[in-house]
Design a protein around this ligand. Structure first.
Ligand SMILES: CC(C)(COP(=O)(O)OP(=O)(O)OC[C@H]1O[C@@H](n2cnc3c(N)ncnc32)[C@H](O)[C@@H]1OP(=O)(O)O)[C@@H](O)C(=O)NCCC(=O)NCCS
Length: 192
């Protein structure tokens, strides 16, 4: 299948208030701010301890882009180049035209619709430029911020994996699978 995304030029995406740009090695200190925050990392991997880990992650994600396996963006606010979030389309299965989304945002930017805007920009890119037919998301079922975000963009819950993940509090949490098909996708109201 011919490739639809031109990997020679990194795809910069924009929303009303956000710019999704290429993740750079210089973003390590900013990425560390939220990846070391236990509240942000509550349903994810262990909080980072050192900036070096952020640098390693950035290197890894840039390699995945070069290998044309995934696209990760640094989320910034228009007019301010500092990274405040990491959003990505991963597990890209070209033949099946599907990919998975991942997202996290610095805590002091929660509750303002920034993630909604960023995810919407990424979905538009996925459904048009990458020609995806399906985008899926895996989230802990009681990660309410994440679930609300997915529902706001039209994702539907398709399944539940019971006791999927052992959390810091020593209890098992269910994992939920969400999916959004191209024909059900409506760009968020602001973008329509
Ligand atoms: C998941 C995550 C990115 C969601 O962030 P968020 O700030 O809740 O999402 P949004 O930026 O879209 O903001 C939505 C909230 O802003 C409010 N809001 C304000 N202005 C808004 C606007 N213009 N558009 C949409 N929502 C707006 C909404 O009412 C909503 O509030 P609510 O949560 O009380 O219902 C964030 O919780 C996070 O980083 N969590 C940690 C990482 C994580 O768990 N990632 C998922 C792993 S699977």
């Amino acid at each position: 299948m011919t490739d639809i995304v031109d990997f020679s030029a990194f795809p910069r995406l924009t929303g009303d208030r956000v710019v999704l740009r290429e993740l750079q090695p210089e973003d390590a200190a900013d990425l560390f701010v939220w990846r070391s925050d236990p509240e942000v990392q509550k349903y994810n991997s262990e909080p980072m301890q050192e900036v070096r880990q952020a640098s390693q992650l950035i290197e890894e994600l840039r390699r995945e882009y070069s290998a044309q396996k995934a696209v990760h963006w640094a989320v910034t606010l228009s007019g301010d180049d500092r990274a405040i979030g990491l959003f990505g389309l991963v597990s890209w299965e070209r033949f099946h035209r599907r990919a998975e989304v991942g997202y996290d945002l610095r805590r002091d930017h929660w509750g303002r619709g920034i993630a909604t805007e960023a995810l919407d920009a990424m979905l538009r890119f996925g459904f048009t430029r990458m020609q995806l037919n399906r985008v899926e998301a895996q989230t802990i079922a009681d990660n309410h911020g994440s679930v609300r975000l997915l529902q706001r963009l039209g994702f539907r819950r398709e399944g539940l994996r019971r006791a999927y993940s052992l959390e810091e509090d020593g209890t098992y949490h269910d994992g939920a699978i969400y999916g959004l098909l191209r024909h059900d996708y409506r760009p968020s109201v602001d973008q329509a």
